[in-house]
Design a protein around this ligand. Sequence first.
Ligand code: GCV
Length: 618
Amino acid sequence: MEQSVFPKYTKAWLPYAAPAAAPSTPEEAARAELDNGLAHYGFARPVSLKTESLGEGYRIDASAEEIVIYGQGAGMLYGAFYLLRKIALGQEIVSETQQPEYALRMLNHWDNMDGTVERGYAGRSLFFEGSRFHYDPERLRFYGRLLSSVGINTITLNNVNVHPPAQHLIDDLLPEVVKIADLLRPYGIRLLLTVDFAAPTYNGLATADPLDETVIQWWKDRTAAIYQVIPDLAGFVVKADSEFRPGPITYGRNQAEGANVLARALKPFGGTLVWRCFVYNCRQDWRDQKTDRPCAAYNTFMPLDGQFDDNVLLQIKNGPVDFQVREPVSPLLLTLEKSNRALELQLAQEYTGQQIDLYYMQEMWQEIFDVLPRGNISAICSVTNLGRDENWAGHDLAMANLYAYGRLCWNPDCLKDDMAREWTQLTFGRNCAAVDEIARMLHSSRKTYQKYNAPLGIGFMVEPHVHYGPNPEGYEYSLWGTYMRADRNAIGIDRTAAGTGFTAQYPADLQKLYEDKSTCPEEMLLFFHRVPYDYVMEDGRTMVQRIYDDHFEGAEEAQALLESWKKLENQLPADVFARVLAKLEKQVVNARNWRDITNTYFHRYSGAEDAKGRVIYP
Ligand code: GCV
């Protein structure tokens, strides 16, 4: 493998030198990180590492001149990274013990073996090219360091849509997977393999029916063979019966019957079966007013609550539709009681600006945790935003999302702190003059994007397939169940008891809140209700005037982000400055397009003039 074919890459938030030699254990990695990190930050006190079994946690004793980090395996490495972070941020070092909130802190790559990344906006795959493994081992070690430094401990390599030849990652291509597992193990990172539910049929069986004895045996044998070579495999991930993927329904079985067969094959080895709940009818007819896509996951999985084995983890997208700019929390996350649940987020900015537009996610996650009782989920997962681009995430500032995500998985309490500021200080230096401004830009970015994007909880007003750029009716007459049904009087779908009944899926307090237009949070008004253009909002504006105002303001704020950035030219490395500048210039154009197309669209339907007389194109 020629190194020269691989691009260089930035050090992201780990500015000190990477260890010269590849560590073979997390303890070795911890020592190497400390040696380089302490020297880089000029930290004078001695630091030692001592073994103590604390699971993945660690204990810091700072009571004497010598600081001692106690831990074992990955726990020791997490302790070393934690201490280095505190030093980098200039925080007081105190004696304390830390444990992660969730055992599985996962990152899902949607990488294909041809080198493309589904919904990837940061270049080609870090792992694959030309239908084979193709990677820079040094870069993957750096990737391991980045993930470990924020506590992410589990990854999938390949897309949940398993495209050939990735179905062979569990058999013929397994020796190559083993190499990646070996490379990342010293960073405390375990692999999950994304498998195709129909895998037995690619291996000579006539069916993948989960109740067929030969199929059951096939999964057991294959799983045992995999654990022979990757004994610490975290388990499998499956996208079943979703967007044309095979699953138990294909064979007349239900989701629990399908999941349990794979879970039982994993059970003897302590593996987890991560089963995605993104199941809905993707062949809907827009003329059908009864089927309502947000209802789908709950309708499929709630009746099966209690039927999944204890090593099945149901992975549920944060919203009931599909990672839209603004959605309520998925009711399934709040109502399942007898099944293990994982929250699925999307760092990849599929609908949130594709790593061209700035969109910082901390506040969005905070809103989820505001309604999700602690303990309701036992794991967190996110679709990654990484690729082979020099700056890892395509947009330099999008790395703040990965950083905050890792910190969130370790402990959601971090959302109360300013993760944007922390990331900026670690990346550009604690005393960098741009810190305040960059943190401010990050925090304002989500509101700005929402203002110029689809209004008040409506989704899918985007270019079909690519999902970037405005196209109000791009998905209006499609098969995907993504309608808003605007006409000359109103916009939105009534999802209350009088409409599709979706609100009934929520616990009573939220049901009550969403059911009534006057209590429904305005940002989600058009998600839950069909609302006339002249509906009067809390502040006295009509709904359509609010849409116009938001879109004018959003485009202005995008322009202001660009102007803010221009002032930072001399405070940042020239390459970072130039890359982000180019992104913000594109964002300004994008925001104007959203403003003009959205405003014109609703103006044409409603006939309502803008109260402020601004330009809305006829
Ligand atoms: C991996 C959305 C995306 C698809 C993705 C799917 C999923 O529909 O557009 O690209 O497929 O979600 O989460 O499985």
